[in-house]
Every structure is written in C-alpha cells, then in structure tokens.
Design a protein around this ligand. Structure first.
Ligand code: ADP
Ligand code: MG
Length: 710
C-alpha cells in the first residue's frame, strides 16, 4: 500500500529534502499526511489585517507588510534583532530573540512578509517573537485557509504545502478507513479522506474543527486499543504462582534496618496477592521520592527466590543500578539470596585469559558473604544466570540484551519507569518461559486520565506519605544578586562535613540557550569560592567508569560538592547530602525539580534546596514558588501538568508510547474516556478484534508494534 511508500516518491524530494523531512519524523507518504499543520497557526486570508487594525489584546493576528529596517541589538549578554515593518497605514516593530535571530539575515529591506503574532496590551504595534513568512506567490488573492507547518533545514511552507497537496491527491484515489465500522456508526466523524483534506487545507473553520476532532479521537482510540490488546494478551498467559510469605521473606523483613511503614505494608499486600495467583501481575507502584519503594521491591524479589524462581530489577542509569545492587545486597543477604549486577561495558573473560590474568581472584567479593558477588566478567555472570546460580539480577538496559538468558525468570521489576517504555518492559518479560509478573515503580505521580493513557495496561498501587522522622526540606529562591549568599551556604554545609549537589541544565555553554552550563559553573567555583574543598564534575557525556568512580567517591564522602547535570535526578541516595543548588531553576519542570530536591533530606540533618532563578519572568517565579511551598509530589505533578502541559512533562515517548501528534492529554480528557470505552467494546468483541489489530498495526509507529508481536 502506498501509505508506507518512501517520501522520495513525491516529486521534488531528493536526498537532501528527504533528510530534512526525516528530521521532522516524516519518512513515508503516510507520515506526511499525518504531519498535522500547527494548531492555531493556519493563515486565514479572510482575516489579513493592516497595521492600523492590529488590536493589542494578546490574540493571534495576521498582517502583511514590507520590511523597513533590520537592527542587531547587543545588550550585554543578550542580543536580539528588531525588524521594523510598514504598510500604508503605519509602522510596527518585531522583536526576535535566540533561535529566531537568523531571520534578521534571511530578509532584507523592502521584502514583503506575512507576519503572524500577538500584540500585548499596552504594547501598541510591538510584537515579541512573531512568526515571519516570506509572502508567497499569489498570496492575498488566495482564498481560504492555508496550513502552517513546523519546518526544518531548507524546507519552506510552500514546499510543504505542495508535497502535502500531492500526497492528498494519491489519498483521494485509494485510502482505507482507519476507524472500525462500529465507531463510525456510533459517531458522526468525517470520513478519513475528507478529514485529511480539511486538516491540511480546510474549506472552512467548521470543517477544520471536525477534522481535528476526528484525528484526536482516532489517535487516542488506537492507542487505547493497542494497550488493551497488549494487556489481553498478557492476561491470557499463565504465570508462576507463588506461595504465601515464608521464612525467607520474613527474614528479610525482620532484618531491614527499619520497620515497614503502614503504606509499605499496604502495597506489599497488594503485590503479594498478585504474586500468589497464576495470572501475571501488571502493577505500577507509585510512591513519592524517598517513600521507600526499594524495600518493597526487595520483598517481591525475595519472594520469587523463596519460590525457586529468578527475578530481575532494571534501573535507568548505571549509578542507580549500582546503588540498588548495594542496597538490595544488604537487604537480601540475611536470607541467603544470591544477587548479581549486570551493567554495560563489563569485560568478557576470554579477553583476559589471553592476557594471562585469569585467576580465582576474578570474582571479587562485595561483602564477606558469598551470596553477594560482584562479577568481574560478563560471561561468568551470564553462565551463573543460565544455571540458576543467581536469584536476583540487578542492572541497567544491559539486561535487555539477547544473550542475557535466565533459567527460570518469574518476576521483572523496573525502577523509575518513566525512563523505560512499554516495549522495553515487553522485551524483558519475553525472557520468561511463561507469563512473567511485572512491577513498575515510579516516583512521578500522575492524574487519572493520564494514567489511563500511559499506564493503560497496568493496575495501580499508591504508596502515600514518607517514612517517619524526615525533616521538611527548606526550599528558597535566590536571584542573581543573591548568588554570594548561596556560595556561602555551600561552603558552610561542606565545612560542617555535609555534602552538596550543584545541578545545571546544560553540560557545556551554548550559543542558543542563555543558561549556565555545569562546566562553566564548576570551573568558576572550584578555584574561588570552594578553594580547599573537594569538588567533582559529573555529566551524561562522561564514560560510565568515570561516572561510577565519582559517584562512589561522593557516596563515601570523599567529595563534598558535586557539580552535575540531571544525571543524578533519579534515585540517587546519599543521606549525608544536605544542600541541593539548582542553577537556572526556571528551566526545569516542577516534577523534575521535586525529583532533584529529593536527593537531599534523606538523613536526619536539616536539608535545603536553593533555586537560583535566572529570569525575572513573574510566571516562572510563581511556578518556582509553588515548589517552595509544597513537598507533595502528587500536588506538584498536577500543578506542573496544569502550567506546562502534558507534552512538556510527560513526553509519551519517555513512557515508551508513541508521541501524540494531535491529541493533548490534558485538554482532551473527555475524549480519552470515550476512546477507552469504545476501545474496550471493540477489543472484547471477538469478531472485531482482528479488524482492530490491523488498524492499530497500520497506524501506530513501529516501536509500539512490537508489543503486538511479543
Ligand atoms: P524511593 O521510594 O525514592 O526509591 P528509597 O527506597 O530509596 O526511596 O528510600 C529512601 C530512604 O528511606 C532510604 O534511605 C531508606 O533506607 C529509607 N526508608 C525506606 N523505608 C523506610 C522505613 N519504613 N522507615 C525508615 N526509613 C525508610
Ligand atoms: Mg528509588
């Protein structure tokens, strides 16, 4: 079918243009047709204004003008471009900042341009960051509504419009419906081809709206079908049924360095019950940062071992995997559970035999107990795993590799799930001989509708509250002028023998973004304010061995101040750390800042979080004040969602689901509920299931499809 044909089949698409399109995620003709114009950016020619008619009410407006003058302005660190334009009714000023400045070079005086933007109240004829388009042939006389697409490289609006136009001509001849008959009968959506035509080249605003409604529904519906279908497939499987908690589980509980909280006990009950049936568990454990999810995971892992099966726990970073290995070793050791660690970059034994250094010392003992080994060689570990000599395997993505083979895998735990996706989970689960129990742990609490979308295939366990004895973290905002005070605070904490994180949004300085990079901040501070104090730098571009050495030194207290990017965002547990400094805090989401802040306040000392604010924007400051006022992760996630939108915070791709192209989880909650209901009807109906399966496979992107094949 032509839908999956390469975009190069369209006229005028050569290698270079194909590469530009590829960067927009468009590889096939179908991709192009589902590359929707930017919402709210359509150019409605019935509404082209003159400069005199522009209304300073913050609404989006379109006008045509000629360029009068282009100015490059340099003010200290900030540079921007102003373009003055005119028509025969007056002049207007356009302000263009980073990312848009190139427009100053693209145009020259007397060029005719179309401008679309907003005039804020009180800013007569001034537009900040408007959209600028070369006025194209025949404009002004072209009737109707024209689409505006996101562009990259040398693509122009006109090129995109021509390509889409050609693709629509093909679609007109032969395009199957993408919604099942039942849905079309029950609703009054536009047919697919008509909807496609109207989303790209609407004949009216009403038709555009109807087309959008259809595609929003379609996207959410097919996604729900996919998830339900996946779940159904899993439920049809049988899993190993575990017995009631026995001596090993009880030993681990008894030997934990603390008593389980009521919340931990409650969720453990829910999990244990699932494990004691022959239906595979599919459960997500939601618990705020620091709520003690690791201990709950440990119980599930020991329960598997007690029943004679293997289990594994996957963490998103090597730092976290190593930390889990150590913690779990401590927790599980009293019950004699054998535990191994698998991370990327481990050596093969063969290499070192050649070098003649193979000896019995190759197996380093992590603790004095033989149950806890740290394997030096990957082959040794994999062999023991295959033979069933390892009960619990801890690791990173390395666990997904094909040669990681278990003898009897019965339980998979993934930690900080928002870094893993459905398809990665599916890959691990497929390593079991029969159905495998899955437990997904996350510190990102999510509202219900969102849960329906991203965790549509899972049951939810909520762990409320934190273990006793935590002191609230004091969170304060600092402006640039108060930087000295923050430096003093860092020194002070270090001199008290406590530890400090300094987190920056960027690794290196960048031309594009006005924010402090971790390299720059590190260089600035280590020889000045922090002279004599041990410091280190860590970021994602470093080799994992290097990172590991630094994290170990930090955990052991050899490093007092750690400069980092968000690589330390999730999971890291160093109870002696008492101060978290975040540079350019405005560049992070609330939920992410909450995660970062969760790195401190893990011990008994009073902890602090200092947010350096690099902007005077009142909205940004208000947002950060919300963080200062609350430590409730659930509340913060909801606020973040409200303020920044679902796309920002919960990129679906992070959850391993296809990104939504047109639906919006926040805005379209009603449609999600409706789509799920219809999906349930369709998927549970035997005669329709095949139809759905085909539709879903045709529509959803390849990564998602693998869950249907597993
Ligand atoms: P998270 O849920 O963020 O993964 P962790 O499992 O890392 O949290 O636990 C955070 C800290 O709380 C750890 O230092 C752990 O030892 C401690 N902790 C966990 N459960 C309890 C408990 N019941 N009582 C006291 N401290 C606990
Ligand atoms: Mg954790």
């Amino acid at each position: 079918m032509w839908w999956k044909d390469s975009i190069t089949k369209l006229s005028g698409v050569g290698i270079k243009r194909a590469a530009d399109l590829e960067r927009l995620g468009i590889a096939t003709i179908g991709d192009l047709l589902y590359f929707y114009p930017r919402q709210g950016a359509y150019l409605d020619y019935s509404e082209v204004k003159t400069i005199r008619d522009l209304v300073p009410d913050g609404s989006k407006q379109l006008f045509k003008a000629k360029i009068f003058r282009i100015n490059n302005v340099n003010r200290g660190k900030r540079s921007f471009v102003t373009i003055t334009v005119y028509d025969n009714t007056g002049y207007a000023d356009l302000y263009l900042f980073a990312g848009q400045r190139f427009l100053g070079r693209k145009f020259k005086p007397e060029d005719e341009v179309l401008i679309s933007g907003r005039v804020k109240a009180g800013r007569l004829n001034k537009m900040v960051s408007p959209e600028l388009l070369q006025a194209f042939d025949g404009d002004g006389t072209t009737p109707g509504i024209l689409p505006v697409y996101s562009l990259t490289g040398s693509l122009t609006q006109n090129v995109m419009r021509k390509l889409v136009h050609e693709a629509l001509t093909i679609a007109e001849q032969d395009l199957p419906e993408s919604l099942p008959k039942r849905v079309l009968q029950k609703t009054n959506f536009l047919p697919r081809t008509e909807a496609l035509k109207n989303i790209h080249f609407p004949v009216s605003k009403e038709k555009l709206n109807k087309a959008r409604q259809r595609f929003i529904f379609e996207e959410l519906f097919l996604l729900q079908c996919g998830l339900l279908y996946y779940r159904q497939g899993m439920e049809a499987q049988r899993a190993w049924q575990f017995a009631n908690d026995g001596i090993k589980v009880q030993t681990v509980i008894k030997n934990l360095p603390f008593d389980l909280t009521d919340a931990q006990k409650k969720v453990w009950n829910e999990i244990a019950q699932d494990l004691e049936t022959s239906r595979p568990m599919h459960r997500i454990l939601q618990g705020d940062v620091g709520s003690g999810k690791t201990a709950v995971a440990a119980l599930a892992l020991v329960k598997a071992a007690e029943n004679g099966y293997q289990s594994c726990i996957m963490a998103p970073t090597e730092i976290l995997a190593r930390q889990h290995f150590e913690t779990l070793s401590n927790y599980l050791q009293p019950a004699g559970i054998k535990i191994g660690l698998l991370v990327g970059g481990m050596h093969k034994r063969a290499q070192s035999i050649e070098n003649g250094v193979c000896s019995s010392g190759d197996m380093e003992l992590w603790h004095d107990n033989i149950a806890v080994k740290q394997y030096k060689y990957r082959d040794d570990l994999l062999q023991d795993l295959r033979n069933g000599e390892i009960d619990v395997l801890v690791g990173t993505h390395a666990l997904l590799q094909d040669d990681v083979v278990f003898k009897a895998l019965a339980l998979v735990v993934t930690d900080e799930q928002h870094r893993f996706g459905v398809e990665q989970r599916a890959k691990l689960v497929a390593k079991g001989e029969i159905g495998v129990h899955t437990l997904v742990m996350t510190a990102t609490p999510i509202p219900r509708t969102l849960a329906l979308t991203v965790y549509g295939d899972l049951d939810i366990s909520k762990m409320e509250g934190l273990p006793p004895g935590r002191k609230p973290i004091k969170t304060l905002l600092y402006s640039e002028q108060q930087r000295e005070a923050v430096y003093k605070g860092i020194r002070h904490q270090a001199e008290l023998g406590h530890q400090v994180y300094v987190v920056c949004p960027l690794v290196e300085d960048s031309e594009e973004v006005v924010a402090r990079s971790v390299e720059q901040v590190y260089l600035e501070m280590k020889e000045t304010v922090l002279k004599g104090i041990s410091t280190a730098l860590i970021h994602g571009k470093m080799k994992s061995l290097e990172k590991d050495a630094i994290m170990t030194d930090f955990a052991n207290g050899k490093i007092s101040v750690l400069f980092s990017t968000t690589v330390i965002e999730v999971g890291v547990n160093v109870p002696n750390a008492t101060l978290m400094v975040v540079e350019n805090a405005e560049r992070f989401g609330l939920a992410q800042l909450h995660q970062l802040r969760g790195r401190v306040g893990r011990g008994t000392e009073q902890s602090f979080c200092a947010l350096m604010v690099g902007t005077e924007d009142s909205e940004a400051i208000e947002r950060l004040q919300i963080l200062a006022s609350s430590e409730d992760g659930f509340y913060l996630a909801e606020q973040d969602l409200r303020l920044r939108g679902a796309g920002q915070l919960f990129g679906l791709r992070q959850h391993g689901l296809p990104d939504l192209h047109i639906a919006d989880i926040l805005r379209d909650t009603d449609i999600i509920v409706e789509a799920r209901k219809m999906a349930q009807e369709c998927v549970s109906n035997d005669t329709e299931r095949e139809e759905i399966k085909q539709l879903v496979q045709m529509q959803l992107d390849e990564r998602f499809q693998m869950i249907f094949n597993s």
